[in-house]
Design a protein around this ligand. Structure first.
Ligand SMILES: N[C@@H](CCC(=O)N[C@@H](CS)C(=O)NCC(=O)O)C(=O)O
Length: 215
């Protein structure tokens, strides 16, 4: 059995943050595939009693410890290994600030947008998609401005804030109907820097369940 288990599935950018971190720190980890689109165990009482009361992935198991919320998982792994760790109070708070903005406003809107566009039938209501797209455009512009003239979000080296922000950004442009790396060049350049880190893998390579399968 590997040292870490990560409950995840290939289509989840929220889980990708944790999977990417595990790979970048060279952890001994194994995925536990969750049939998110089929049996949907996360919606049932067993998962909520035994795995995560919030009914969400990712869930990280490390021996007797269990963590949910990707921001918490990233913080735990950074503290455990010293890797991608923001240093000092100012950097820690700045990283937290970007992780919250990401969770709520960047990948927090990209995830549902992509879900409604690709994974439900019939696809989401155009008015809902248009609302989400408007928020996505505004918030990606904020990240693009932040990354203009600097390599990483909070420091001159990559931290957990950068890993968090990658969430959905490497998924194919066709799944969004727009090309984030092209439309936001500073984000595009930063995505290439993150991609060059040893251990980087695409979400569809790193987590099980692509192409989409249902049990
Ligand atoms: N802020 C959370 C978001 C987690 C989240 O929303 N995960 C989705 C999968 S991508 C989920 O499990 N949703 C439960 C459901 O829709 O049933 C995190 O970053 O861990």
């Amino acid at each position: 059995m590997a040292e870490f288990q990560l409950y995840c599935f290939a289509q989840s950018g929220n889980a990708y943050r944790a999977a990417l971190m595990l790979n970048l720190i060279g952890a001994d980890w194994e995925p536990v595939w969750i049939d998110f689109f089929g049996a949907m165990p996360q919606r049932g009482p067993e998962f909520r009693n035994d795995v995560n009361e919030m009914g969400e992935m990712p869930v990280l198991v490390h021996g007797k410890k269990k963590f949910t919320q990707s921001g918490v998982i990233l913080t735990y792994l950074a503290r455990l290994t010293g890797k991608f760790k923001p240093e000092g109070e100012d950097e820690e708070l700045e990283a937290l600030r970007w992780i919250i903005f990401d969770n709520q406003k960047v990948n927090g809107f990209l995830g549902p947008f992509r879900f409604l566009k690709n994974f439900v039938s019939p696809p989401g209501d155009p008015a809902v998609l248009a609302f989400l797209k408007g928020r996505i455009d505004g918030n990606l512009a904020i990240v693009n401005k932040r990354l203009t003239g600097r390599k990483f979000l909070v420091s001159d080296r990559p931290t957990i804030a950068d890993i968090s922000m990658t969430g959905y950004l490497y998924y194919p442009a066709e799944e969004f109907g727009f090309d984030i790396a092209k439309d936001y060049p500073a984000i595009g350049a930063w995505l290439e820097l993150m991609k060059a880190l040893p251990g980087w893998k695409h979400p569809y390579e790193l987590m099980p369940g692509y192409p989409l399968k249902r049990s």
